[in-house]
Design a protein around this ligand. Sequence first.
Ligand SMILES: [Zn+2]
Length: 280
Amino acid sequence: MPEGDTIHRTAGRLRTALDGCVVTGVDFARWVGPTPTAGETVDAVRARGKHLLIDFSGGLTLHTHMGMSGSWHLYPDADRWRRPRHLARAEVSVDGWTAVCLAAPLVRLERRDNPRHLDHLGPDLAVADADTDAAVARLGSQGSVEIGVALLDQRVASGIGNVYKSEVLHACGVDPTARVADLDLVARRQLFETAARLLRANLGAGPRRTVVGGLAVYGRTRRPCRRCGTPVAVMRQGSQARATYWCPTCQPPSCRGGSYDPADPAARASGTGRGEVDDR
Ligand SMILES: [Zn+2]
């Protein structure tokens, strides 16, 4: 599933082609209801957490969420699509370009002046002035929830997906199964500030680098932790059984954030990986 940084990057690419342009054609394959029409202008292309929004001058906003399967593609006129056309859920053409949203589970058109669909979202951690204090405050209502579950809750903070969840917890030395109530304010703040830093580091051009030097734990079951060499472990968390990758040494149960000593043999544990899982 694309995380906040990927959606912001996608919005940036779409913006270069669509922003301020006159719409020459639209197709919303399964949508029943009002749609923008040719002749309107694209007023803005926006990202909010994992949601991508396109505002049209007629007052409608195209609201998309990629879920596990969706993607936006941008094609110059006459280019062949790289995916089958029957997957298209929304298509917006301007002079020279067609933007197409494929296989996304959420595609709907909404009145721009009725933005309730985003009210539940916590602060977007991928923006320059991310309100990490608000994220810390919202986390306070999740006291009995495991932090590895709470970080994915977009009502707390928006933008963190499954890759960043594992990487941020590892970077901060926090046990993924720690209850939110067990984490002090310093640890909570460190988690969101780290997430915001990692998300923003990927907003520029070039390949995505979730963590400089490569992923530390995500997708690396039984391979050595890049920090201490302990085999990386994986487990499933929450009602959706999302995969969490973690290092038993850097993130021991006693560790609630802060310092750790990877050289301490007492803290060293063997990996408990139960096989690779692709769960972004
Ligand atoms: Zn480690």
